[in-house]
Design a protein. Sequence first.
Length: 340
Amino acid sequence: MHFPFPHLLADIGGTHVRFALAAKPGTAVEPILSSRTAAFADFSEALASVLSQSPVIPRSLIVCAAGPVAGRRIAMTNAPWTIDGPAIASHFGLEQGLLLNDFEAQAYSLSVLKEELVHPIGSQTERQAGAQIILGPGTGLGVAALVSLRKGYYALMSEAGHVDLGPADTEEAALWPYIDPGPTGRISAETLLSGAGLMRLHRARLARCGRAIVEPDSAGFDPGAIGHLIEAAHRDSFGEEAATVALFFTLLARFSSDMAVTFVAHGGVTFAGGILPRMIDLLDVERFRARFEDKAPHRHWVQAIPTRLILDEAALLAGLAAIAASPDSYFIDYAHRAWR
């Protein structure tokens, strides 16, 4: 497989779109556009805007998007976009292209992740050989794993964000009846561990105390309401918003530990983007690690699993650039997924 330079790289989420360019081998990735997904009617409109700003005409396009991949197409989960790779290539005159699930791409980015782009959560023991997990609460909750094979890397995609999430103690059990399950009608990990989930968790806590709740339309992904909650948590460390954030981190520790045990992730757990970088200074690291390590009968090896947070969104685009520059280092079914 060969992706001719220049490479255009695209990270398409339910809330934000970002494009960057890798013009030549060995050159740095240059940002071109960062905008709201809702600012464009579809992917073609966004791409046309980017091409009008690009200093060079790209020959290849590597896209990751938030939704399940079906061959060369993605119907996004949290935005009304369908991306058809071959149609895009034909319409815009691209020589080659590839479409990845966003957390499939996040997993591959771990292969080139630089330590200066991450924030450690707890002491960082030496990383052992084995699977790595990456997950991130944002518009939804993405989860993927990366395994290193003899000649390259293979990403394991998942829909683990949609597994059921139940209470782990009496305090959580008392809260659960107040949680709005949202449109799915069930409480999954994503129901609570996402931007909208943070708001659901807050409304449930207030409702349980008989307090006034935020307006109903903030039940969805409302960036403004989420931002206000996080800002309030920063202003008052003893307020209700701070208590909601603390509970969010407790649930995240438990769920991420479940994923680590599921994949036997000796290689570590990495959290990506979304809302977490805005809340990292509110994290009680000792409490987080205590909940993460509480995995009898496997506590002895779960304790050794390092956890960290990616602070710079450029890490994902660097991962896309690595695939485009060295596709044979990644076990991707190019025969059925490359656009031409």
